[in-house]
Design a protein around this ligand. Structure first.
Ligand SMILES: O=C(O)CCC(=O)C(=O)O
Length: 284
């Protein structure tokens, strides 16, 4: 069971992130890794497409970081990990929320030689939600190193203010461009922290924390799973749209349906009922 201490909360609030060496079990790591090849080939065990499928074998250049968003809808093994109650509890505790629901997951695969993901703030992609703001759990499925293109955080950058979406997310020429512009405009020094953890380790980050990742210059793949949470009571913004996620909004109703944005944990004991069935080992 993951316990977040008051000291870790304090560290998260001052740095904008918190790194934990151990989170997933070996069995969870192995089972998740075994789903990457089928998923990116388009073998979806629930029969449903994910919300975003940014890299497909045979369609996209091999030197790109491969990404699927909301893989939980397509694959029960991924669901079992990214929808963990502990993730919801930890994100809510760090953010100071009374509960957390998932807005989006990421299945990320950076093979040897694959190019960077540009530095960005997650919150610039969260305008469609009220209250606006992600808190994220990033999980390593391989041992991560700076040379292997692990995620990097700019310490304290969640306190710099809000910046727009970046020009190019996948394989930009200069992956630090937006970070450097933001630091210049606020007159701040950049302190980069690469997350180097064993497989099964994790890091939590605030929605305002600048992060990105460089080319994988090793011979090992770098695979990660990510859960982006919003507050459990979050609703759709009445006018700001996400061209993908606002499609789940019903006419005249701003509630976020738990079928698509399940509640992972609340302090009053609520967790979306279907998660137990979806994520039980027997359902796989
Ligand atoms: O793993 C990476 O390279 C970046 C992941 C990311 O952008 C995120 O977790 O929000």
């Amino acid at each position: 069971m993951l316990t977040i201490t008051p000291r870790q909360i304090e560290q998260f609030r001052s740095d904008g992130f918190l790194v934990l060496e151990r989170f997933l079990t070996e069995e969870e790591v192995e089972s998740a890794r075994s789903r990457f090849e089928p998923l990116f080939r388009g073998e979806f065990d629930t029969g449903l497409y994910p919300d975003e499928w940014n890299w497909c074998e045979g369609r996209d250049p091999p030197d790109r970081t491969r990404q699927i968003c909301n893989g939980w809808k397509s694959d029960r093994t991924i669901a079992r990990i990214v929808l963990k109650e502990e993730i919801g509890r930890a994100c809510a505790t760090l953010a100071g929320w009374s509960g957390a629901r998932i807005a989006q997951d990421n299945v990320l695969w950076k093979p040897p030689g694959a190019k960077p993901l540009g530095f960005h703030q997650d919150n610039s992609y969260c305008k469609w939600v009220i209250p606006m703001g992600f808190t994220t759990c990033w999980m390593a499925l391989d041992e991560t190193t700076a040379a292997g293109g692990t995620i990097e955080y700019a310490r304290g950058s969640h306190l710099w203010g809000a910046f727009p979406k970046i020009r190019q997310f996948h394989a930009p020429q200069d992956y630090r461009e937006a970070l450097e512009q933001a630091a210049r405009s606020t007159g701040t020094q950049i302190e980069l922290v690469p997350v180097e953890v064993p497989s099964g380790g994790c890091a939590f980050h605030a929605g305002g924390t600048f992060h990105g990742s460089d080319t994988n210059r090793t011979q090992q793949p770098r695979r990660s799973l990510v859960t982006h949470c919003v507050a459990a009571e979050a609703r759709f913004h009445p006018s700001e749209l996400s061209y993908i996620y606002s499609r789940y909004r019903r006419v005249g109703d701003d509630t976020m349906d738990e079928s698509f944005f399940p509640v992972l944990w609340t302090e009053s004991g609520h967790r979306t009922a279907f998660l137990e069935r979806l994520t039980s080992v027997h359902a796989m």
